[in-house]
Design a protein around this ligand. Sequence first.
Ligand code: FEO
Ligand code: CA
Ligand code: CA
Length: 754
Amino acid sequence: MNKPLDIARIPVDGDDIDTNVSSNEHFSTVLEARLSRRSLLRGGAASAATAFLGAMGLSACGGSGSDAVTAPTPPMGTTPPPVPTEKLLGFTAVAKSLADAVVVPAGYTASVLYALGDPLTAATPAFKNDGTDGDMENRAGDHHDGMEFFPLSATGAASASANDRGLLAMNHEATTDQNLASFFLHANGGTPSLPRPALEVDKEMALHGLSVVEVRRNASKWEYLKDSSFNRRVHQQTEVELSGPVRGNALVVTKYSPNGSRIRGTLNNCGTGKTPWNTYLSGEENWSGYFTRAAADDAARADKSVVALKRYGRDQGAASRHGWETGGLDDKYARWNISKKGASLDGSDDYRNEMNGMGYIVEMDAYDKTRVIKKRTALGRYAHESAAFGKVEAGKPLAVYMGDDSRNEYIFKFVSNAVWNAADATAVDRIATGDKYLDSGKLYVAKFSADGSGQWIELSITNPAIAAYTTYKFADQADVLVNARLAGDAVGATRMDRPEWCSVNPANGEIYFTLTNNSNRRVEPNGSSQAAPDAANPRVYTDMKGSTAQSGNPNGHILRVKEGVLGAAATGFTWDVYLFGAEAAAAAATVNLSGLGADQDFSSPDGLAFSAATGICWFQTDDGAYTDVSNCMMLAGVPGQVGDGRKLTLNYPRADGSTLAVDTFVGKTASSDTLKRFLVGPVGSEITGIAETPDGKALFVNIQHPGETTSSGNLADPSKYTSQWPSNAGYGAGKRPRSATIVITKNDGGRIGT
Ligand code: FEO
Ligand code: CA
Ligand code: CA
């Protein structure tokens, strides 16, 4: 049935989502207590598999190169890097820029390597980039996001030390859209009304998901291999298994999988991670917006699922982002309508439960495309970003840190039941190793206290606050995991300023979390969707973008956590704020609390990863607040440690004349030795995804959605595109802007960031 055109569409920034209307105001509870005291201060499949077996010494075919049978490359940030011999941050900082170009420091070169639509098989034709291309399942997906590098030896084996050849595994989060259609993907801009034509929907579904692509350095130049047998695409028709406690649960029974064991696709993949056993982790983020619900679905369901759907952003009557459900009668389209349609009690005759199969950390063996991908449900279901392993120690459990990126959502930690066996670093069956460490364990949520300490609270069905929760009656532990947001509400977790990526400082094991921004932070919240400032999210201010006032915490901050003595298994921690984002000219006493200068100022930190080679903390921005002055950027930090700065108190006047005093803790003030801008991207792009070769001499970075700010009505006139990157950098056909991976090298052959 056709729908009217004027249904409310999600904003262009599909990342900025707010569904936490829980009444958790635990920090404000702390503050109110103070106020009440009047203190008021305060590979062909076969060849890839065989090649790897060769590396393990189990096949004659792989040869016995010098790097055979070596430990895998550790994920960025899990092994202490050697003490650098050269000066870190020795480069000249890059100035803020509005140019339609990737700008890197003098002495560095950035080259385009792999862009939207690039062919991944020998038979796939070159990308014309005019909206007429087909065979999207065999091309690079769109909106390149998180990314990890998996080294390959000269013989094509998994390797710890190869620096000239490897696989890039990456997320393809979304497509550039206005009014339903992903306009750059279709010849005439696509159909911006319902129903959407099947061909357009098929194309868009194919470009969402993951890709694995082989890259190689020939002489000094990096290139991707379109005919590599390792190349792989995962899209919305790829079968994926549910693994862990939710597998087989009533909440994931669908027509496609009546036993609740599988689903098609992984969706809106954003941040990434790498396991100690050398697999790829991908976080499903804003998947909720792809589903639609009928206007009277609450009454049709008449059960507790209505509460859960609302908490995850799908009220009845919600329209889907692209209208994929209207592509035709085929089941692959019907699944995007999660209304209760069937007569069954268990949901095995419709897709009422389909959305419960999205929202997980997904594990893929990048080296073996014959292996099924698994959703690791024990890590909880929410708007996932990256997944970062804490310090890996033999005989101890593994900790995985994660954030839920929506306004006022939570920070989580998963702790494995299994203790780490170092031999598993080179396990032949990497997916089985994932089963061992990621399918059983405990999920915790973070609660930050005003004294600089914090607690990890277990989300268990046996926790009385969860068992007795009245807003939503949890049936079992699987229900707690599927509805981890509601469980976080029940235990009073701290509502954060949009947790994006996290990564672990290899020098000391501290965990860094980007909190990108929060337009719903207010001194005096108006309604439950807003939250008062608290110690860990302490800023509320107004930033002007031209004549537009931006309120809340428009520039974001980077928080860091130091675990207690039990390390991974600790339930108590200390924390401070590594850096507050700000304009250099902003008030030093209330906004620019980290003392950022012109070579350091940034807004809306998002991607973040430590280099295993140099220990540099790289972070990237996905900003809308400071883009009148600069395009999005990447910075390099040499971090200190929790507690290396100072305590301060922010005083906010209230309407009644009283003062709200918020204590917080800020890290050491930035200096040119500790923080520098390294890169600025093209117009309209977000900088995201960080991966490096083991020697730290090649850095891969993704440029997502350049030209996103182009009006879809200007598609026919390239001179009106806000960006023509990367064609204006000499890469590829056509002038439509394309998301792409770049590789950065230092002209003198040195390590990146020195
Ligand atoms: Fe896809 Fe939260 O960024
Ligand atoms: Ca401004
Ligand atoms: Ca992100």
